[in-house]
Design a protein around this ligand. Structure first.
Ligand SMILES: [Cu+2]
Length: 174
């Protein structure tokens, strides 16, 4: 009976730890241009990115009609010149998901003639979660990550306590 209760405690602690871990790892998903626009000729992408912050692990989806547009990832030079000559990669499924794996700036444009020049280009700046909380009065990033580690440590301590409870109960049973 007691062992059973301890096992339930362990299971709950393990689940809590797993949930905490996945919450930290899961990124945000953004549909480019949404909700007011999409990947099209009308959306102001500079405005769209200015109202969002992108972190490693987030992903963006380009949704568009394949007959009308495509998506080409380029470097900064290609982005500035609206040239897809030295493209990094090209997408044309109409529903292209791009994972923003690392910090840095990613550049995308529509490769159809004239579309980029008409504004169909987007630069996505990907920043570390810690560095986005900046500002003169913000607490140093070290402090917040320290708290996160502390929380995880507390969960692990609970697990250790549950394990020793099982050992004690098990010892009494035998
Ligand atoms: Cu286009």
């Amino acid at each position: 009976m007691e062992i059973r209760r301890a096992l339930v405690v362990i299971a709950v602690v393990a689940m809590a730890a797993a949930v905490a871990q996945s919450a930290a790892a899961a990124g945000m998903s953004y549909t480019v241009g949404a909700p007011d626009g999409l990947w099209d000729m009308h959306t102001d992408y500079a405005d769209w990115v200015s109202r969002r912050t992108f972190h490693p692990g987030d992903n963006i989806t380009f949704t568009y009609s394949r007959e009308l547009h495509d998506v080409v990832e380029v470097g900064k030079a290609g982005y500035d010149a609206c040239s897809s000559a030295n493209n990094v990669s090209a997408f044309r499924s109409g529903n292209d998901v791009v994972t923003l794996a690392a910090p840095g700036t990613r550049y995308f444009l529509c490769g159809l003639t004239g579309h980029c020049a008409n504004g169909m280009k987007i630069a996505i700046r990907v920043v570390d979660a810690a560095s986005s909380a900046g500002g003169p009065n913000a607490s140093p990033p070290v402090a917040s990550s320290g708290r996160a580690v502390g929380g995880l440590g507390a969960v692990m301590m609970m697990g250790v306590q549950a394990l020793s409870l099982v050992a004690v109960v098990g010892g009494m049973a035998f």
